[in-house]
Design a protein around this ligand. Structure first.
Ligand code: HOZ
Length: 433
């Protein structure tokens, strides 16, 4: 159990950070705004654990928001990064590692012939939309309420993740003209999508969707939702973009499209493919990708794109993911964790919903299954905040917002999961009283 005195250094660091960075952070959710209290500053991370500057150790269920699928600082990944870094961190020129990582991705995902590496999920979705607009000669995009695709101007409309957490799903500073290019429908509502496309389909370049929504909690696609989107896109001549930044190589080898069998036109990847380095990508058929500069007229570039250290981290991480039984083992860990959480909540008389696919896990304080943004907003966020702090006090590091998914890694052994479940029992009991 951590005491207030143990947080002294984090508090000092946060006070200093707030003087020179907005909210003291470089990504809003980290500020603990919706759960209250001060963020703990981390000093190091190893395997399934993170360690704060006050020397407290936590079982980590954030995993750097997804990339740390092999566990933090996996020796093979660290060796690949160090061996590569000694020969230069960035060339701004072609290097063989780019082709190696692209080949792994092309091999893993049947919908992909060609890949363009960028540095963040935001760049990937922004560039995929530009390509979709160019390929179709249309301007509009359909996204889902509570879907989050990075901080692309036109996509910060009814956005999830930190935008929802901080009550600004429609960001200030986005010109109305940009926001007006975005059409909305509730997640898991094919009828609503069909209606929008019947009215404006000839203007819609693409539908962009997280195949499992991970920025309004954890929301699985129901029944034939993704297949239905594929059919509607085909009917109306729009492209289907899967934002697999979170689900890619996290839910299965390749991504969730390899589970659901739906082939998108374009895929956005990030997180796991960079193994913790700033690497992302957009990718698709050769026909589409050949429209990207220098072959085509869709311009997009990046000084650090495809840098050797990022590529090495990605290749090494995906090498670990490709080992036999990797996803089966990850799935078993997620299953054990979610079943244990459900039992613990049940014993405390608290209604929660849990779910998992591969190493992606959801926990919602709700009496009913969460299917869309309205359901996500109706969850008991105040109870989550109390649970979050109780878990933190019992050395478990959860995402500091109930609009986020949790992530399990290959390093989460029985001891780590047991520790989470013991903490959860105590924490559910505490918040129920
Ligand atoms: N928007 C991220 C979660 N979906 C948070 C990233 C971070 O704070 O690092």
């Amino acid at each position: 159990m951590h005491t207030i005195q143990q947080q002294a250094q984090s508090e000092q660091l946060f006070n200093a950070a707030k003087l020179v960075m907005p909210g003291g952070v470089n990504s809003p959710v980290r500020a603990f705004g919706s759960v209250g209290g001060n963020p703990r500053f981390l000093r190091r991370a190893q395997g399934a654990y993170v360690y704060d500057v006050d020397d407290c150790r936590y079982v980590d269920l954030v995993g750097s928001w997804g990339p740390a699928i092999a566990g933090h600082a996996h020796p093979q990944v660290i060796k690949a990064v160090s061996d590569t870094a000694v020969d230069g961190i960035s060339f701004g020129a072609c290097c063989p590692l780019e082709t190696q990582l692209a080949e792994i991705i092309v091999d893993a995902l049947p919908s992909i012939d060609m890949v363009r590496f960028v540095n963040s999920g935001t760049e990937a979705t922004m560039s995929a939309l530009r390509l979709a607009r160019a390929a179709t000669g249309r301007t509009k995009t359909l996204k889902f309420l509570g879907g989050y695709h990075g901080h692309v101007d036109s996509l910060l409309v009814a956005a999830g993740s930190g935008a929802a957490t901080f009550g600004s799903p429609d960001s200030a500073g986005v010109p109305e003209a940009f926001a007006n290019t975005t059409l909305l429908a509730p997640y898991n509502d094919l009828q609503a999508v069909s209606q929008v496309l019947d009215q404006q389909g000839t203007d819609v370049a693409a539908i962009i969707v997280e195949p499992i929504a991970g920025n309004m909690g954890y929301v699985e696609p129901q029944d034939d939702f993704l297949l239905g989107l594929r059919s509607l896109c085909d009917k109306h001549g729009s492209l289907l973009i899967f934002d697999e930044v979170m689900t890619g190589f996290r839910t299965a080898w390749g991504g969730f499209q390899n589970i659901c069998g739906v082939r998108p036109d374009l895929t956005c990847l990030g997180k796991v493919i960079g193994g913790g380095m700033p690497v992302a990508a957009y990718a698709g058929s050769a026909e589409l990708m050949k429209q990207v500069s220098p072959l085509g007229q869709v311009y997009q570039a990046g000084t650090l794109s495809g840098n050797p250290v990022g590529m090495a981290a990605g290749i090494s991480t995906l090498g670990l993911c490709r080992e036999p039984g990797f996803y089966e083992s990850l799935t078993a860990k997620s299953k054990r964790l979610t079943e244990g959480l459900a039992d613990a909540a049940n014993q405390a008389g608290i209604a929660i919903q849990t779910g998992y696919t591969g190493g992606m896990v959801g926990l919602a304080f709700s009496t009913k299954r969460v299917c869309n943004f309205d359901d996500a907003r109706a969850c008991n966020h105040e109870l989550f905040a109390r649970f979050f702090h109780a878990m933190l006090d019992h050395s478990v590091w959860l995402p500091p917002s109930s609009y986020e998914a949790m992530f399990v890694s290959a390093a989460h052994d029985d001891d780590a999961i047991d520790a989470v479940l013991v903490a959860a029992s105590k924490s559910f009991a505490k918040v129920s009283s």
